[in-house]
Design a protein around this ligand. Structure first.
Ligand SMILES: NC(=O)C1=CN([C@@H]2O[C@H](COP(=O)(O)OP(=O)(O)OC[C@H]3O[C@@H](n4cnc5c(N)ncnc54)[C@H](O)[C@@H]3O)[C@@H](O)[C@H]2O)C=CC1
Ligand SMILES: O=C(O)CCC(=O)C(=O)O
Length: 486
């Protein structure tokens, strides 16, 4: 039975006011652990709602950019504190809305707080360089200035961290924002925007409009008053956004898929590699763009690695992320569940051998659960070795040499993250040089991003730009070169 009648409805936030959409329609956000539970309703917004939000952001930017970096930073420190004070509620909402386990949701919310504090500090750091002029009586310097209004289009897999790692740098460098989250994470995102409201941001600096990607996301990409778009999500949507924004001369940044390899060399600590494959491949139910989906193992240790992996994976407890005993929650939505099931069928059809999983755990039919799944005998031409699955599915691939392993690792369109387990320094150096990935990890799982370092991929994984750390300054500002003649 549906619980829609008792469900809270979340509003858009435009120019500092919580308001309904002009459509008078809402979209339900469902609990993937129990499809009969509606976590909240969010506005199904229209182009007119979006226009209002963009106009508010454009107007607010005039005063926001004039504030000192320190003043903007103080507001970021405040919102970090409000989020920290509400951490348990936000994390629990996240688990109910998109299924990740509660400890992971708490960790992600804490990460959001840390990102805000990092960028709050940026308000007191340099925004340019003095460059010697050929004219000895002149002063020449560069000055970073904001872009204007930034459209933030985010996915559901990190409903707190991703909006924050895009909004915090946008705001500190003097831009205003319009956030459009994925519906499957929109209630959690609304709770984050409530924290911005409580922290006392000026009206119009942060705006929040929920709705269909094809209407609000596309509307942001097309909007002449949106100076830049920052996007994380699928390749198909990202490429479309890139073309649209480039076509009207805007700036864009796309963070998209991965098909990340984990190479297990014969000389490595096998137990560590097994743990990394499990953690990197199956945490968050495999729904990270950095998750390990191809495990490439040297033939001399292949059988031993496989036995150790299966021995641990068979004990993984799948269940509702709110239960303390659960290690892995459900897929985030019915659509995602169907995608994962499609890839499992494809793996079987194309001749991969299913070692474990591939099915639903018994007694969990009300949720979008898939057991941890491992395929053996996977070859590079198979669909499950090429396309992003975004689910708890590992593909085991056998190679004889390290050179073969790196060639196989690079034989995909993506290049986000890659890791190797080895004790051999020559292997490490070769891997660092030859692997085609934006994140190169040695003796560590493929997932794991530090907020102070550049994050992004090579090849089809990103638009070649980088997020987070100091790299964010590149994207969220433009440069004026100033020449002053005395
Ligand atoms: N790189 C990553 O972290 C992510 C990758 N994905 C990949 O994408 C697949 C599909 O997931 P989805 O949620 O459907 O991703 P998606 O790319 O459709 O959605 C991401 C965001 O883009 C918006 N959007 C959708 N259509 C749009 C359009 N035409 N113009 C502008 N914005 C639009 C969505 O509303 C959402 O806010 C997953 O199976 C996974 O492979 C999904 C989420 C995150
Ligand atoms: O691994 C991480 O922490 C970040 C992953 C990510 O950015 C994503 O899945 O979109």
């Amino acid at each position: 039975m549906s619980t829609i009648a008792e469900t809270k409805t979340y509003l858009n936030y435009v120019n500092g006011v919580w308001q309904t959409s002009s459509s008078d329609e809402v979209i339900a956000s469902i609990n993937p652990a129990n499809k009969h539970e509606v976590v909240g309703n969010v506005q199904s917004s229209t182009k007119a709602d979006l226009d209002q939000a963009v106009a508010a952001a454009k107007e607010a930017q005039k005063a926001w950019r004039k504030l000192s970096g320190a003043d903007r930073g103080n507001l970021l420190f405040k919102v970090a504190q409000v989020i920290e004070d509400n951490l348990n509620d936000i994390a629990e909402t996240m688990t109910r809305e998109m299924g990740k386990t509660l400890p992971e949701a708490k960790g992600e919310t804490n990460r959001g707080v840390a990102i805000l504090r990092y960028y709050a500090g940026e308000g007191m750091r340099e925004v340019g360089d003095v460059i010697p002029s050929t004219d000895s009586s002149a002063l020449m310097f560069s000055k970073r200035v904001p872009l204007g209004v930034v459209g933030v289009i985010t996915p559901w897999n990190f409903p707190v961290a991703i909006p924050i790692w895009k909004m915090a740098p946008a705001l500190i460098y003097g831009n205003t924002v319009v956030l459009k989250p994925a519906t499957e994470g929109a209630v959690t995102a609304a709770k984050i925007v409530e924290c911005f409201d409580k922290a006392g941001f000026p009206n119009g600096v942060v705006n929040f409009v929920t709705g269909k990607g094809s209407v609000i996301g596309q509307g942001l990409a097309e909007h002449k008053d949106v100076n830049a778009i920052t996007f994380t999500g699928s390749n198909q949507v990202g490429q479309g956004i890139g073309r649209t924004v480039a076509g009207r001369g805007g700036k864009y940044q796309l963070e998209m898929g991965g098909k990340n390899p984990l190479i297990v060399a014969a000389d490595c600590d096998l137990d560590l590699a097994v743990d990394a494959a499990i953690s990197g491949g199956l945490k968050s139910t495999g729904q990270k763009c950095t998750c390990s989906s191809r495990v490439i193992v040297q033939s001399s240790i292949y059988e031993e690695f496989k036995a150790k992996l299966l021995d641990k994976v068979k004990d993984i407890k799948v269940g509702n992320g709110l239960d303390e005993s659960t290690w892995m929650g459900p897929c985030a939505s019915e659509g995602q569940y169907n995608t994962v099931r499609h890839y499992i069928d494809k793996g079987l059809e194309e001749g991969a051998a299913l070692l474990i999983g591939g099915d639903q755990p018994d007694g969990y039919e009300d949720g979008f659960y898939v057991n941890p799944t491992i395929f053996d005998n996977v070859t590079s031409s198979m669909t499950i070795a090429q396309e992003e699955i975004f689910g708890p599915v590992l593909a085991l691939m056998k190679v004889d040499t390290l050179g073969e392993a790196i060639d196989l690792a690079n034989d995909v369109e993506f290049g986000l993250s890659a890791s190797i387990f080895t004790k051999n320094i020559d292997h490490i150096l070769t891997f660092i040089d030859d692997i085609e990935a934006g994140l190169v990890r040695i003796n560590s799982e493929t997932a794991g991003v530090e907020l102070q370092a550049p994050f992004g991929g090579m090849k089809a994984s990103s638009s070649q730009s980088r997020e987070q750390g100091q790299a964010a300054k590149e994207f969220f500002t433009t440069t004026k070169t100033v020449f002053i003649k005395g």
